[in-house]
Unconditional design. Structure first.
Length: 112
């Protein structure tokens, strides 16, 4: 059995410059926990695989293609492969969510 404490997982540098902790990675799926402090956001980007986000804490805004919507804890957001997307924290508290990519990407994410 493998047990990962999300807050003790490594926090490698990333192109977004935010806290993104890899929690699980195999050929089928990749899971990370992202924490956005107030005012932080991911850069607009395109992933080569389907992604879904599960909000763990706080409030944020999700942009997928031309759509934009506020989201809160316990909501799941589907983001199809090949569509520009990003998440941002316009609030005054932490916005924390899981990022699940399936299958695990074999190509690069295109940052805009």
């Amino acid at each position: 059995m493998k047990v990962v404490n999300a807050f003790e997982a490594p926090e490698p540098q990333n192109v977004h410059g935010v806290s993104a902790r890899p929690l699980h990675d195999n050929e089928h799926v990749q899971v990370s926990m992202v924490t956005l402090r107030p005012g932080e956001k991911l850069r607009r980007h395109i992933t080569p695989v389907d992604v879904f986000f599960y909000v763990l804490e706080g409030r944020g805004v999700v942009e997928i293609g031309e759509e934009e919507q506020g989201v809160v804890a316990d909501q799941l957001i589907d983001s199809p492969a090949g569509i520009v997307h990003r998440l941002r924290n316009d609030g005054d508290s932490v916005f924390r969510f899981l990022v699940v990519k399936t299958p695990r990407p074999t190509g690069p994410t295109k940052v805009l």
